[in-house]
Write a protein that binds this ligand. Structure first.
Ligand SMILES: Cc1cc2nc3c(=O)[nH]c(=O)nc-3n(C[C@H](O)[C@H](O)[C@H](O)COP(=O)(O)OP(=O)(O)OC[C@H]3O[C@@H](n4cnc5c(N)ncnc54)[C@H](O)[C@@H]3O)c2cc1C
Length: 369
């Protein structure tokens, strides 16, 4: 396509939506990205915090890194690397055995290349959402998608009832766009009624999810007793992984920042008591204390942090993949693609593959109009 011909709405600026939007724009399709969050990235976000004494801190509180084996994905990653958006995180990783108090499995944990966004995990999505032909609107949640039969177009309405415009095609990059589970969280109906896409109805079940709590910690001094920059915790019921966020390339070395991830079982236990709605500050404080206590119980000489805050990821990892072959759901007649990690695999690579597949479906059809 030689010139910009049409408009597609991409709902969600996580890596699936951002990759899809940029690919569409590069093929001459003009795109508007909407995200209810304040910035891009979704589960590849970076969180900015201010300590009590005014220190600026940032944490990759979602995905700490990503790896890839698919050659198309690797091509993309190498392109991002060349633009300075991505770098390899070349540190030692291992597993901590609480019985022997030793770090083991260095080789296994270090096997795959670990990539990170620079200077934060969100930098890739941010750059993709700023590419020519992509208009991005953050803090704008899509509340309703309607198909206008006579006009052969989609009409989008914001969560506050505002008109977001008419679009020839739509990409929904979050399963909550159609999941009844969202009603338990927000009290509202999902934005997309699957009766509008009868061909896809039944292909998108209520996907089970695994949750996770992330604990952000900042220390005045490096934790010098820890010989690795990321480690799993063997047999812990509370903590699964710990990462030294500030050891990633391009991060500030002013403070030593760590991010700990809870086990899915621990998160499930807390959510079964507190419910799906946004957790209270009291819940997050209790979770922070419990995760930190488990970190200290390793006996690794962990000093007191000057900053500590927990975050809940209610839908951290989809527990099913619904379109491994096709990589996205697609209704050609209505020009509707549904993509995200839940289509392929519960990681960044799966989300990228799904976003690429959605872009290719739309490009194919919009080319011929
Ligand atoms: C704690 C944690 C650790 C992880 N560790 C790893 C790891 O080590 N390696 C790895 O590869 N992956 C990891 N992952 C998984 C990885 O982050 C995800 O697989 C990937 O980021 C999913 O991208 P996505 O675009 O499919 O979805 P998301 O990033 O969830 O993007 C969906 C976007 O849609 C937006 N949205 C939803 N509804 C609406 C609406 N109605 N209107 C507007 N916007 C809307 C959301 O705000 C969000 O930004 C981890 C995730 C978490 C949470």
């Amino acid at each position: 396509m030689n010139s910009v011909v049409t408009k597609v709405a991409v709902v969600g600026s996580g890596i699936a939506g951002a990759v899809c939007a940029a690919a569409l724009a590069r093929n001459g399709v003009s795109v508007t990205v909407f995200d209810s969050a304040r910035g891009p990235g979704g589960r590849m976000s970076q969180r900015r915090e201010l300590s009590e004494d005014g220190k600026e801190l940032s944490f990759d509180h979602g995905a700490p890194f990503f790896s890839a084996t698919n050659s198309d994905v690797l091509d993309l990653i190498h392109g991002w690397e060349a633009r300075g958006l991505v770098a390899e995180w070349k540190e030692n990783f291992g597993m901590f055995d609480p019985i022997t108090k030793k770090f083991v499995d260095f080789e296994k944990e270090g096997l795959s290349k670990k990539y990170v966004g620079v200077p934060g995990m969100n930098s890739i999505c941010r750059a993709l959402c700023q590419e020519p032909g992509v208009e991005s609107k953050f803090g704008v949640g899509v509340g309703r998608l309607e198909w206008l039969e006579d006009e052969n177009l989609w009409s989008l309405t914001g969560l506050d009832g505002q008109n977001l415009g008419h679009f020839m095609g739509v990409v929904a990059s979050d399963k909550n766009m159609v999941s009844p589970r969202i009603t338990d969280v927000t009290g509202k109906a999902p934005p997309l009624d699957m009766n509008l896409a009868p061909k896809l109805d039944g292909k998108l079940p209520d996907i089970p999810v695994n949750s996770c709590f992330a604990l952000m910690l900042a220390f005045a001094e490096p934790l010098s007793s820890i010989p690795v920059k990321g480690f799993s915790l063997k047999d812990s019921e509370v903590l699964s992984w710990a990462y030294c966020d500030s050891s990633k390339p391009g991060r500030s070395a002013m403070s030593e920042c760590w991010v700990l991830h809870s086990t899915m079982e621990y998160a499930r236990g807390v959510i079964s008591q507190t419910g799906l709605r946004k957790p209270s500050n009291a819940t997050l404080t209790k979770v922070a204390e419990e995760l930190f206590q488990e970190f200290q119980s390793t006996g690794l000489n962990i000093s007191q942090p000057f900053f500590m805050k927990a975050h809940r990821w209610g839908s951290a990892f989809p527990a099913a993949s619904i379109a491994r072959e096709e990589k996205c759901l697609w209704d050609k007649k209505k020009r509707l693609a549904i993509c995200g990690d839940f289509c392929v695999s519960p990681n960044v690579e799966g989300a990228i593959l799904s976003g690429m597949a959605a872009a290719s479906k739309l490009t194919e059809i919009l080319c011929c109009l």
